[in-house]
Every structure is written in structure tokens, then in C-alpha cells.
Design a protein around this ligand. Structure first.
Ligand code: C2E
Ligand code: MG
Ligand code: MG
Length: 684
């Protein structure tokens, strides 16, 4: 009779068997263990998957009905793994029954754990295989695919990405995608190509440093439970296509010869700018330019020379203009310029002159000294038209007129509107006349005295320029000072005034007259860092005591760079020359700055004096200026005093000085001197 074994030994044996053996080998071993545990000569383990099958009468043979038999199902969690059966020993007891049941339970649970472990090992291998498979697919496709986490750090990088960017997966994974961006803050440039879509055209940088264009589509990367965990990006290089597009764009919008915008682009730009101008109520204009004498050059010297000439003309035009102005080539020798955001239409004339001036220097081409001029027609927005095509058409008409008007004249410019044309011609006549006036000594100074209200004493005089026009007679400064300021002629004119006033003061000084302040008006454009030195050298030259000189500056001068203005002012007052603020109250002087200016006198503008004493507002303004002057310890003078009532009001308001027709109109030097000696100086 076989020896029974201990349950512990059997358990260890079952563990061992389940771990190591499979299939029928396992069943045989389990049968052996059961036989041994229950000391039975017959015994087996029947696997559940075979239990249903016909075992070929094996069990009937093993277990004849004559023998007592014991069985136990191996089941766990409702799953049946098999069944133990033993027999061949008489007298199985209850304890044997329990033993076999215990063995069955143990076997079932071991088989379950083992099959679970096996299954997950299998699943893992399966997942791994799948991943390898997918990586292979990703690497096979030409597109570059990369994934990032939510913060933009790269989490995967396929072979396509390696090829496109030049970085290996090892170099790229873990970096932030920003390192691929072409421009510093390119994140702002990335824009979706289609609204609401997920395809963008972006610029990226390769490892080599090369910048390229890519089409990029993005898809969200999600975790198993559908939470967003990052982004999948697919990129394709579209540099070729982009370059082709650019070439097409260039062909469509630029002139091949000169590289300037063509008519189509000009019209587009003008229409865009006009839309903006309309909103801001700004003005703009179009200049139509036709080259004079181009055709004969082209015909006689040949096309190549003509082309070179046109290229150089284009270059000179471009250099003569500001960056924001557009210059285009319309056809063979026709160009156009669009000026946006101009304040006055006559600014267009200035630009037209600049363009003509750019052609004065001859062109040296192939040993030839070539000269071309330009006829220019101007149309103005909004007066003449509202769209590019009409503005161009009208400027063209104006150009034809300019050409006919002054045959062969390289300075011919015409506006489309006859009114503007007239205005321009008047200005041009005045401008050339003024240049001549400076050369021919047609300018002279008049002097208007200033008096102290309290004592009635003369304290100074203002020098006022006059133009003695050969035909028009005495021209007042309001008719030419603004033009002189716009054309820059104010600078030589101002120099002449300062020089002449000082020469006159020096003469009066030598003549034994007691010093009074002779005021000279200085316009904003003259108020440069060079002014103090100019004043100083003139004083030296005439041996003039600086106490004789005063400069009247206007508020507009102060609106430029304040610190610079103060420095210049300080340098002037350091010479002993005094400063007064002309036309006070008409500008935008900030009171906080006013106290920083080294100014002696505030001058109440004539427009306020005129309303005194009838106009309450003017009286209030005059009184306020007087009290500001008091606070800041400046003297206050009122100009344009014509009546005794005005004088009375000013006196009671505390004004220090007055100037005006009530006392005297501006007088020529001789008349002024005699009035001075006879009436204004005590003991004359
Ligand atoms: P402003 O400097 O304010 O000169 C005062 C103007 O008022 C002068 O006109 C003067 O003749 C006029 N005026 C003086 N008292 C009376 C009066 O009681 N009634 C009336 N109706 N007018 C009076 P003017 O000489 O025609 O000068 C006009 C402006 O031209 C000046 O205004 C000044 O801004 C400018 N200007 C004159 N000469 C020069 C100069 O040499 N250089 C510069 N840069 N500007 C000058
Ligand atoms: Mg003045
Ligand atoms: Mg004034």
C-alpha cells in the first residue's frame, strides 16, 4: 500500500508542477501527487477541457465500479479547472475526503493565478509588438510627426522629423518645441491657414540653421480616459511651394526691370491707404511722372542703354522718398508715386521738386552723359477722387497739362485741380521772388516801440521785417513768413533780420542813445543749437552790448524737444540777451514747463487785446496771463493796443508794458529814430 504524504509536501509539489509543467505532463504529475497524498494506487487529475471529451474508457477501466472512489472538483471563482479522482484503497474516510478537497482548492487557485500571470505577460508582449509596429509605420511615412506634452516638451520624434529638422530623436526628445522656431517670438506669427481649421503654415529652423516653410497640422493627444495630454504635430516642408508662390507674387506685382511695384500693386496699396485715410480724415495724393527725353535716348542708343537708365532713375526716385511713400513703374518711362497721410496738398509739390532734383545730375551710361527730366501731374485725395484708378487717371491728365504748359521744362508740375494749380503757381512765384528779395536787398526792417505803462517810458522796440516788392510795393510778413517757414527760406531770412537789427542797434548805440531792448522775432526753425553762437558772434562783430538785444520766440518753438530748447535758451540768456514769449495764450504751453524757461517777458497776443474790454473771455485770458506772469516773476506786455480803454483795462489788471498803434505803428529806421529823439526819450 502506498505511503501517504503530508499535505504540506503535496502543496509544495503542486506549486512546483503548476509553475513548471503544462498540459498532460501537468495532469500526470497532479494525478501522482493525489495518489501519494491519499495513498491510493489509482488516481488522476482530469483537466476540465478534457472532462467533456471521451477519454476512451480510461476512467471506467481505472475505476471499476467494484472499487470505492473519491473525487474533488478543482474550481475557483466559478471557474472549473479539472477534477481529482482517487480509488483502489478501501475505507476512505471523511478526513481523506477533506484532504482531496483541500488539494483541489489549492490546485484551482494556483492554476488561476498562473493563468492570469500568463495572460498579462502575453498582453504585454502583444502591446510591445504593436508599439514597435506603429513606430515602424511612423518611421516609414515621409511626413515628420512629433508629439509634445501639454507644456510643449517633445515626447516623440519620428524618422521624418529627424530628416526634416536634422536633429536625432535623442537630441529632440525632452526639448521644448520652441527651439525649432525660426524667429524669436514666432509663436505669435503662427496662424491657422483656414479659419477654424487646424492647418498652419509656419516657419521653422533646422539644425543647420536654415529656415524653411512647413505646413503643420495639429491634433490633440489624449490619454486612455480621454483627457488631453499633449499635441501631435504633422509637418511637411512646403518651402518649394512658398518660393514658387513668392515668385508668382513678384511677377504679378512687381516690374521685372526696376524691381519697383507695378501698376496693379500700386493701385492695391493706394486703395488700402485710402480706406485708412478715410477713417482718419487724412489727405493723400498721387504723382504721375513722365520722363522727358527718354524716347530719343532709347531710340538712338538702344534698348540696353534705355533699360539701364530706367533702372537708375528708379533707384534715384526710391532714394529721394521716405520709406512709407510708394514709387511704382507704370509703363516704359512712366512712374507714379503715392504719398499717404500728407497735411497740406502743397507738400506734394515739395516731393515733386525732390523727384525732379534727383534727375538733375546726369546719368553716366556706356560713356554717355545722359540727361532726363520729369513732367509731373498731381491728383489729390479726397478733393479729386476716392480710388486709385481715378486718382491715377486724373494725375495722368495733370501730367499732360504740365508737359504742354512748359515745353521741355524739367521743372513742370501741375495739379489736376485748377484751383490748386493756381495756388501752387502763386506760391512758386512768391518763393522765387523771395529768394531774389534776399539777394537783391528788397527786405527792410520796421521798428515798433514798446512802453512801460506805469511810467510811460519807452523800454524797447520790435524789429518787423518788410518786403519792398519791385511791383507789389510793401508786402507784410504774414504773406511771406509762412512760405519762408515751409520752404526753409526762413533760415537765411532770419539771419538777415538778426544781422540788420544788430547793425542798427550798434549804430544807435554809437549815436549815444541810451540802451533799449531791440526785439527780433525768431521762428521755430531757427531755434537750433547753432543759434546761441550765431547771436554771440554777431554781438561781438558789432561790439553791441547784449542788453540791447531781445529774442521773441513763439510757443510753437517750445513744443519740440523741451530739454533741448531749455539748453539753447540758457545759452542765450547766459550771453546777457533776454527772451520773450510771443503770441502767448495761442499755443499749448504747459504751465509746468513755463516756470522752467528762462524767460523775461510774456507777450499777450493781439487777438486777446482786440477783445478788451468788451469781450469777457478775452479780458479773463489777459488777466490770467498777467497773474501767471506775476507768479512766475515774468514781465507781461500786451501787443496790438489801439485804444485808451484797452490801455486802461491793462493798467488796472497790472500789465507791465504795451505795444500798439495807440502809441505808434511800426516805423522805418529813420522815422523811428526821429520819433525816439523828439518824443519818446525824455529831454529828447
Ligand atoms: P508779431 O511778432 O506778433 O508782431 C506783431 C504784429 O502786430 C506786427 O505785424 C505788428 O505790425 C502788428 N501790430 C502791432 N501793433 C498793432 C496794432 O495796434 N494793431 C494792429 N492791427 N497790428 C499791430 P507784422 O509786422 O505784420 O508782423 C506779423 C508777424 O510776422 C509777426 O507777428 C511775426 O510773427 C512775423 N514776423 C515779422 N517780422 C518777422 C521777422 O523778422 N522774423 C520772423 N521770424 N517773423 C517775423
Ligand atoms: Mg513778435
Ligand atoms: Mg505777437
Amino acid at each position: 500500500m502506498p505511503q501517504a504524504t503530508d499535505f504540506m509536501d503535496s502543496s509544495a509539489a503542486v506549486c512546483e508542477a503548476v509553475l513548471r509543467l503544462r498540459g498532460s505532463a501537468l495532469a500526470d504529475e497532479l494525478g501522482r501527487i493525489a495518489r501519494k497524498l491519499l495513498a491510493s494506487p489509482v488516481g488522476l487529475f482530469m483537466r476540465a477541457d478534457y472532462a467533456q471529451q471521451d477519454d476512451g474508457g480510461k476512467s471506467a477501466e481505472l475505476f471499476p465500479d467494484s472499487l470505492e472512489r473519491l473525487g474533488a472538483d478543482c474550481a475557483h471563482d466559478g471557474h472549473v479547472y479539472g477534477r481529482y479522482e482517487v480509488s483502489g484503497r478501501p475505507g476512505y474516510e471523511r478526513a481523506d475526503c477533506q484532504k482531496l478537497a483541500g488539494l483541489a482548492t489549492l490546485t484551482a487557485s494556483l492554476l488561476q493565478v498562473h493563468s492570469l500571470a500568463q495572460r498579462s505577460t502575453h498582453a504585454f508582449a502583444h502591446v510591445e509588438a504593436q508599439l514597435a509596429h506603429q513606430a515602424q509605420i511612423l518611421d516609414q511615412i515621409n511626413e515628420s510627426v512629433l508629439t509634445t506634452d501639454q507644456a510643449g516638451f517633445i515626447t516623440s520624434w519620428n524618422r521624418g522629423a529627424e530628416k526634416l529638422f536634422g536633429y536625432s530623436a535623442l537630441e529632440a526628445i525632452g526639448q521644448n518645441v520652441l527651439f525649432l522656431y525660426a524667429d524669436e517670438d514666432a509663436s505669435f506669427h503662427d496662424a491657422f491657414v483656414e479659419q477654424g481649421g487646424n492647418v498652419m503654415e509656419v516657419r521653422r529652423r533646422k539644425k543647420s540653421g536654415d529656415i524653411f516653410w512647413a505646413s503643420m497640422s495639429l491634433a490633440p493627444l489624449q490619454s486612455a480616459d480621454d483627457k488631453p495630454i499633449g499635441v501631435i504635430a504633422y509637418l511637411t516642408d512646403i518651402t518649394e511651394r512658398k518660393l514658387a508662390e513668392e515668385r508668382l507674387h513678384h511677377l504679378a506685382y512687381y516690374d521685372a526691370l526696376t524691381g519697383l511695384p507695378n501698376r496693379t500693386l500700386l493701385a492695391k496699396l493706394v486703395d488700402q491707404a485710402l480706406a485708412v485715410a478715410q477713417r482718419r480724415e487724412a489727405a493723400g495724393c498721387v504723382l504721375f511722372i513722365d520722363l522727358n527725353r527718354f524716347k530719343p535716348i532709347n531710340d538712338t542708343l538702344g534698348r540696353a542703354t534705355g533699360d539701364t537708365l530706367l533702372k537708375q532713375v528708379a533707384q534715384r526716385f526710391r532714394c529721394a522718398l521716405r520709406d512709407q511713400d510708394v514709387v511704382a513703374r507704370l509703363s516704359s518711362d512712366e512712374f507714379a508715386v503715392a504719398l499717404f497721410d500728407i497735411r497740406e496738398h502743397f507738400e506734394a509739390t515739395t516731393v515733386a521738386r525732390k523727384l525732379q532734383a534727383a534727375l538733375i545730375e546726369p546719368f553716366l551710361i556706356g560713356g554717355h552723359d545722359l540727361r532726363v527730366g520729369a513732367s509731373i501731374g498731381i491728383s489729390v485725395y479726397p478733393q479729386d477722387g476716392n480710388d486709385a484708378e481715378s486718382l491715377l487717371r486724373l494725375a495722368d491728365i495733370a501730367m499732360e497739362r504740365a508737359k504742354q504748359g512748359r515745353e521741355g521744362d524739367d521743372q513742370s508740375v501741375a495739379f489736376f485741380s485748377s484751383e490748386m494749380n493756381q495756388g501752387m503757381q502763386d506760391r512758386m512765384r512768391l518763393e522765387s521772388g523771395l529768394r531774389q528779395a534776399l539777394r537783391n536787398g528788397e527786405l527792410l526792417l520796421h521798428y515798433q516801440p514798446k512802453f512801460e505803462i506805469g511810467t510811460g517810458r519807452i523800454v524797447g522796440a520790435e524789429a518787423l521785417v518788410r518786403w519792398l516788392h519791385p511791383e507789389r510795393g510793401l508786402v507784410p510778413p504774414v504773406q511771406f513768413i509762412p512760405l519762408a517757414e515751409a520752404t526753409g527760406l526762413i533760415v537765411p531770412l532770419g539771419e538777415w533780420v538778426l544781422e540788420s537789427a544788430c547793425a542798427q542797434a550798434a549804430e544807435w548805440q554809437r549815436g549815444g542813445l541810451p540802451p533799449f531792448r531791440l526785439a527780433v522775432n525768431v521762428s521755430a526753425r531757427e531755434f537750433t543749437p547753432a543759434l546761441p553762437e550765431r547771436v554771440n558772434s554777431i554781438l561781438q562783430r558789432y561790439g553791441l552790448d547784449p542788453a540791447w538785444l531781445e529774442l521773441e520766440i513763439t510757443e510753437s518753438t517750445l513744443m519740440n524737444n523741451i530739454e533741448r530748447v531749455i539748453t539753447i535758451m540758457d545759452q542765450i540768456t547766459a550771453l546777457g540777451v533776454s527772451l520773450s514769449l510771443d503770441d502767448f495764450g495761442t499755443g499749448y504751453s504747459s504751465l509746468s514747463y513755463l516756470k522752467r524757461f528762462p524767460i523775461d517777458t510774456l507777450k499777450i497776443d493781439r487777438s486777446f487785446t482786440m477783445g478788451i474790454p468788451g469781450d469777457g473771455n478775452d479780458c479773463a485770458i489777459a488777466s490770467t496771463i498777467i497773474s501767471i506772469g506775476r507768479q512766475l516773476r515774468h514781465r507781461v506786455i500786451a501787443e496790438g493796443v489801439e485804444t485808451a480803454e484797452q490801455l486802461e483795462f491793462l493798467r488796472s489788471a497790472g500789465c507791465d508794458e504795451v505795444q500798439g498803434y495807440l502809441y505808434s505803428k511800426p516805423l522805418g529806421a529813420v522815422a523811428f529814430e526821429s520819433a525816439l529823439r523828439e518824443r519818446w526819450l525824455p529831454n529828447g
